[in-house]
Ligand binder design. Structure first.
Ligand code: G4P
Length: 523
């Protein structure tokens, strides 16, 4: 095998999806500790230490005590190069969160055992499923009393509609947590035990090889009964189904006490896919191909206040990135030298000299890049498949506070929209600006940046949440159909859509106007 291919096949690029407080930061930290990427816990999120508060971009983050930025973390483990893409887990997440999922090959879903599947997780899960990417589930906080494991499993299948295969099964929980019965490694891993005592091997029949006091416990019997049930009535394990995203392997553990994390990591690395081919307008691009290519999935402004820079995050899809190489931006045909590049590691940034498919690099950007842009190293240009546009749920009317400053207002709005920070709509008749977002935070970031970067104070008028439905047969629609309950607007590509007040309004509209075909962008 040539060395490029070998390197590509060693990459595992994933994001962690979860509801806030499920334990994403804690798990990430433990993974980084195993990978030797950090030495102490508490380095990942500056939430409590105020580590990130140095940049003016981070003001919002500081004020709200949340992580706006999603960084990229890398480490080596057992011959694999692991790339973790962080997705903000806060309620106020944004389109960035969704787009990050466009750049990974698999996802790890963390579920709090006491809470089960929560709202945020459902949204992110849907995006993963839309892309057919494999999802690995880690059920966390077993050191506390949570829902019964069978109930959690049923919830997973019912709420998310994905089949599951528990790789291990808890023996007790909370104060009575004894450990996990590992169906994959045929052993019991004890919760409060170190060294050789930690693992108790099982025989072919799945029973303990050596006698142990736990066998006298009713918790043990209960676990055996449940495992028997899983063996007989549960799903069968299938690597293929894991890799096409229709079966999720489930792991139980406790990130905080570092229990089950290593087992999870090692099993994950065996079944998670290496970088996958990407669709483009010239067919699939082979990740082990020689010619460099990649796409921009995220642009972040002002990461460093001293430079007022923007960084374009690029997912490499083929070939090798070398610092100083020439690439062409497919959208404009413009050729450029990539000399300023960055690789990410926790909260530290360092210069990257080489990277391959599956890796993420950051390019300094002075306004050249847009979300979804393709970069190609060779002479034959092509475009990667368009990134999906996510249906916004929240809307806001926006105008310039100072009518004399229309020019900077329009410039700012256009640039931020192009960058993908927010979506823009215009009312059909009056051409008023309406902003759309998937999370409230996007509005705040918009306002902040309009002010700081474009010196334009904006007036924002909340319209609340709306249901956006696009129109297939546009010629059958005219302004007379537009009301406050179903506002007719145009998106930035001049496509018509209605913003409905709620579900009821959209159903009512459909009943009155059965000839008008509406569709949701995401489906
Ligand atoms: P997030 O990034 O998904 O938002 O979650 P984070 O890791 O910050 O964890 C949220 C809270 O849950 C933290 O407590 C964390 O210590 C706790 N936690 C994470 N994993 C486990 C676990 O396995 N068991 C238990 N019992 N708790 C866990 P906090 O009090 O909010 O913060 P902190 O003061 O402990 O940092």
């Amino acid at each position: 095998m040539d060395s490029l291919k070998e390197e590509v096949l060693s990459r595992r690029t994933f994001a962690i999806i979860s509801h806030p407080d499920a334990g994403k930061t804690t798990l990430t930290e433990k993974l980084l500790l195993f990978g030797g990427a950090i030495r102490d816990a508490g380095t990942v999120k500056g939430k409590k230490t105020g580590k990130y508060a140095t940049s003016d971009w981070m003001e919002i983050e500081k004020q709200r005590g949340i992580s706006v930025t999603s960084s990229v973390m890398q480490f080596d483990y057992q011959g694999f190069q692991v790339n973790i893409l962080d997705t903000p887990g806060h309620q106020d997440f944004s389109e960035d969160t969704y787009r990050t999922l466009m750049a990974v090959d698999s996802a790890v879903m963390i579920v709090d055992a006491a809470k089960g599947i929560e709202a945020q997780t459902i949204k992110l899960f849907k995006v993963c499923r839309m892309r057919g990417i494999p999802i690995f589930t880690f059920i966390n906080k077993l050191d506390r009393q949570g829902k019964p494991p069978l109930e959690l499993l049923a919830e997973l299948e019912e709420v998310l509609g994905i089949e599951s295969f528990p790789m291990n099964w808890p023996i007790g929980m909370g104060k009575e947590f004894f450990g996990i019965y590992d169906r994959y490694y045929h052993r019991i891993e004890q919760f409060r035990a170190d060294g050789e005592d930690r693992y108790l091997p099982l025989n072919e029949e799945g029973e303990l090889m050596k006698e142990h006091p736990i066998q006298q416990s009713s918790l043990y019997d209960q676990m055996l009964e449940e495992v028997l049930l899983l063996d007989e009535a549960g799903n069968e394990f299938s690597k293929e189904r894991v890799q096409n995203g229709t079966l999720t392997p489930v792991f139980f553990g406790s990130a905080l006490t570092n229990f089950g994390v290593q087992t999870f990591l090692e099993t994950y690395l065996q079944f998670a896919p290496a970088p996958q081919p990407r669709q483009s307008d010239v067919g699939e691009i082979d990740p082990t191909g020689d010619v460099f290519s990649g796409f921009v999935f995220k642009i972040q402004a002002n990461m460093n206040p001293a430079h007022r820079d923007r960084i374009a995050f690029v997912r490499i899809c083929s070939g090798k990135f070398e610092r100083g190489m020439n690439v062409t931006l497919s959208r404009t045909g413009k050729s450029m030298k990539l000399s300023q590049s960055t690789q990410f590691l926790a909260d530290d940034r360092s210069t990257v000299n080489e990277a391959v498919s599956g890796d993420i690099i950051g390019l300094y950007d002075t306004g050249t890049y847009q979300i979804g842009d393709t970069l190609v190293g060779g002479k034959d240009l092509f475009h990667f498949e368009k990134l999906p546009q996510f249906t916004p749920e929240l809307f806001m009317k926006v105008s310039a506070k100072n009518v004399m400053k229309q020019k900077s207002f329009h410039k700012g709005v256009q640039q931020l929209v192009q960058e993908g920070a927010i979506q823009l709509y215009k009312t059909v008749r009056t051409e008023e600006y309406i902003l759309g977002a998937v999370g409230q935070l996007q509005f705040e970031v918009f306002e902040h940046r309009m002010n700081k970067e474009y010196h334009s104070e904006v007036r924002m008028e909340p319209m609340g949440s709306k249901i956006a439905l696009w129109i297939k047969n546009e010629k059958d629609v005219d302004e007379s159909l537009s009301t406050s309950r179903n506002l007719l607007v145009k998106d930035r590509y001049d496509r018509l859509l209605f913003l409905f007040e709620n579900d009821f309004a959209s159903r009512w509209f459909q009943e009155k106007n059965p000839n008008i075909e509406l569709y949701n962008l995401m489906e």
